[in-house]
Design a protein around this ligand. Structure first.
Ligand SMILES: Nc1ncnc2c1ncn2[C@@H]1O[C@H](COP(=O)(O)OP(=O)(O)OP(=O)(O)O)[C@@H](O)[C@H]1O
Length: 691
């Protein structure tokens, strides 16, 4: 830690202590046990510490170009404290000591999560006429065997050799390399720094041996005990269960919602009039037995996913609505920029990105644009959002192009959604395993003379070679796609044995076992396995980013926390306050609250005797965008004041208009600025009196 960082920590502690002093003096002043001058002196001292802290933090940011880790930690601690105190979310099973990686959403948390999910549904499902499905979380093994999850959905784990505590190997290595790069006391020489940076960029994709080599090379130990670590070994992240009372059918809790869509492809295509392209969507919980859940909602063991599978003809990945996003300029962090010297994302028009081949096709770029628009509407600061393209070695061999939607938080850049062109991989895998053709048919406008590949297994030769398994091998040969069949043919023609995958395992076939021919045929259409473009979102991660980007403190002697949620996602849209405890005002407030409820606007009515200022502060903390105050004028001319949370400006609105106006503000049918131009402002002094 540098001298400057140590000073920042010291000032933060001093500010917290002085804040306590101010609060206690204020309480004593109320009881007459402290005088006004004492309170004012304590406030002045607090302001001085804060000014000094601010200056030191700015100096740190200027000299290093980074936000200090203490500022980040203090910010996050204050935010998490607020979120848990106001029951946005809390660790699950708390009275039994909690279990890592599980969180309960409380009332405002449920409401905002629901609003966010609904906004997602409106933005994608309704807008694109997607086919929404809901499938079970418990999934039979065969489905996840076909998808590759049973064999390959693993992370590398290491254990503390003395205590047995588990750690995720890549996270430990990443943390160690990051610490080396950030060590200001013993900075790395330039060449080593470059090497460590390159290693860091590749950690996510390293296998166990490569991770083990780095653990040995850098002498990485268990973080809590400094004990030695075991070599890394793969750990499957799925929760295993058994289905039925006999317990003989293996099942898993789904690790993603996507498979439910793939297995229903045939019926969905039929439902869609056998026409492509079409998209199906699913919102639901997914389960991953993460080795080391951390960072609150960001890495949990049960989370809500919202996934889209957009099926297209592999020869035509254009999108009919691409023009509507072509001019948007999100920050793109392409492969080229990540490999370059500057390593910085750039705003690029999506139309240009497709034209230059940076993004593989229009459909993928369309979803990147739509994702960017949605995140903006949800309250993510778009200057702190980027789309990072997967490096070639990060992508599965079948993927054509992948981009992660990442948002910057105090934890660094967080992947909130993955957008991938997965080619025909998933449908092909389920076709092979289920023996059900998951094809689409394309009718040509004119019949075409085409060269087709026919694969004819020789059952006798296969029987000699594979005995009981001969049928499975014959089926796998018949199910080969054009490309795989040609690969096999070229091996066989060269006199070598070729490979075919049977039930997830590669087996060798020789020339007499199969005949592969190219033939000219006149065809009216063709069957093909569609490609799929998959945008996959984690609702909890997006929500956490919205929390971070919405949180700020309003300056004053006691900094007051505010969550500047957009009206669209805010858990409560309005509060209704009678100015003072009076039966007539309370009755009117109840009536206004009922009219808001009838307009579908969640609202809270607060008839506590607290000052209006305190009541505003409590609702600012849970991000309520609008507050209706019922004052005495309401009894005279049936009007109330309406306060906007961030500007704290107030306007006077006839009671008859209140519900409609708030509805319009929430639906973005009007803006606060337009409302303020339409209704008279409440004079500053009168507004302040209410604080
Ligand atoms: N453990 C988790 N907790 C919360 N959200 C998650 C978790 N794992 C994945 N997600 C969310 O689901 C989305 C799609 O899942 P995907 O399989 O692409 O994630 P991933 O690449 O495995 O994520 P990561 O590399 O961070 O583990 C992610 O973009 C993320 O928003």
């Amino acid at each position: 830690m540098s001298v400057l960082e140590a000073k920042i920590t010291e000032l933060q502690e001093a500010a917290a202590k002085q804040g306590d002093v101010v609060r206690s003096l204020k309480a004593h002043a109320k009881d007459g046990k402290a005088d006004k001058a004492e309170v004012e002196a304590a406030i002045a001292q607090l302001q001085e510490i804060k000014l000094d802290l601010d200056a030191k933090q700015k100096e740190f940011e200027k000299t290093t170009g980074k936000v200090s880790s203490q500022s980040k930690e203090a910010f996050r601690a204050a935010l998490t404290n607020l979120l848990e105190r106001r029951l946005f979310y809390i660790p699950s099973f708390k009275i039994y000591g909690s279990v890592a990686g599980f969180y309960d959403y409380g009332p405002p948390g449920c409401a905002i999560k629901q609003n966010l999910t609904q906004a997602w549904r409106q933005h994608f499902v309704l807008e694109e006429n997607m086919l929404e499905v809901e499938c079970p979380a418990v999934t039979p093994e065969v489905v996840l065997k076909a998808s590759g999850h049973v064999d390959r959905f693993t992370d590398y784990m290491v254990t503390d050799l003395k205590t047995g505590d588990p750690y995720r190997a890549d996270h430990l290595v990443e943390g160690h390399l990051e610490a080396l790069l950030e060590d200001t006391k013993a900075p790395l020489p330039a060449a080593e720094k470059r090497e460590v940076k390159d290693l860091l960029a590749g950690v996510g994709e390293m296998d166990g041996a490569a991770l083990g080599a780095l653990i040995t090379r850098f002498g990485i130990k268990a973080p809590d005990t400094k004990n030695d670590l075991s070599p890394p070994f793969p750990f499957n992240l799925m929760f295993k269960t058994s289905i039925g009372p006999k317990g003989d059918m293996v099942g898993y809790l789904r690790p993603e919602t996507a498979q439910g869509i793939f297995v229903n492809f045939r019926d969905l295509l039929y439902y869609n009039g056998s026409k492509l392209p079409f998209a199906a969507a699913q919102i639901g919980n997914s389960y991953r037995n993460e080795i080391s859940p951390r960072a609150g909602l960001l890495r949990v063991r049960e989370f809500t996913q919202a996934e889209i599978e957009h099926f297209v003809n592999p020869d035509d990945k254009s999108h009919p609505k691409f023009a509507s996003v072509a001019k948007l300029e999100p920050l793109l962090y392409s492969r080229e920029l990540q490999m370059g010297e500057e390593k910085r994302p750039k705003p690029v028009a999506l139309g240009d990105a497709v034209a230059r081949g940076t993004i593989a096709n229009e459909t993928l770029a369309y979803f990147i644009g739509r994702t960017w628009l949605l995140f903006g509407r949800l309250g993510v600061d778009l200057k702190r959002m980027r789309f990072r393209q997967h490096l070639q070695h990060e992508m599965a061999h079948y993927a054509e192009d992948c981009w992660d939607a990442e948002v910057e938080t105090t934890y660094g850049w967080v992947e909130c959604a993955g957008l991938a062109d997965r080619s025909a991989y998933d449908l092909r895998a389920h076709t092979a395993m289920s023996k059900t053709e998951l094809n689409a048919y394309e009718k040509f406008t004119e019949p075409r003379e085409v060269e087709v590949t026919t694969v004819t297994p020789n059952k006798k030769e296969l029987g000699l070679g594979f005995k009981r398994d001969a049928k499975a091998v014959a089926d796998a040969l018949e199910a080969l796609g054009e490309e795989d069949a040609m690969c096999l043919k070229s091996d066989l023609d060269a006199g070598k044995p070729g490979k075919v995958v049977v039930d997830g395992k590669a087996v060798q076939v020789t020339a007499p076992m199969v005949e592969i021919k190219r033939q000219q045929k006149r065809l009216a259409g063709r069957n093909f396995i569609p490609s799929v473009i998959e945008p996959s979102f984690g609702i909890g991660r997006i929500l956490y980013c919205v929390f971070e980007h919405s949180y700020y403190t309003r300056e004053g002697d006691e900094a007051r926390a505010v969550l500047r949620f957009t009206p669209l996602v805010a858990p409560v849209k309005a509060t209704v306050f009678p100015l003072v405890q009076k039966e007539q005002l309370n009755a009117l407030a109840t009536k206004i609250s009922a009219s808001l409820t009838a307009a579908g606007l969640s609202n809270l009515i607060d008839t506590t005797g607290n000052t209006i200022g305190k009541r505003y502060a409590r609702t600012d903390e849970i991000g309520v965008p609008f507050a209706v105050t019922v004052d005495f004028q309401a009894l005279e001319n049936a009007s109330v004041t309406l306060r906007e949370r961030d500007s704290t400006a107030q306007i006077r609105v006839p009671i008859a208009d209140v519900a409609t106006l708030i509805r319009r503000l929430v639906d973005s049918a009007t803006t606060w600025e337009d409302a303020a131009a339409e209704y008279p402002a409440v004079a500053k002094a009168a507004a302040e009196e209410q604080q």
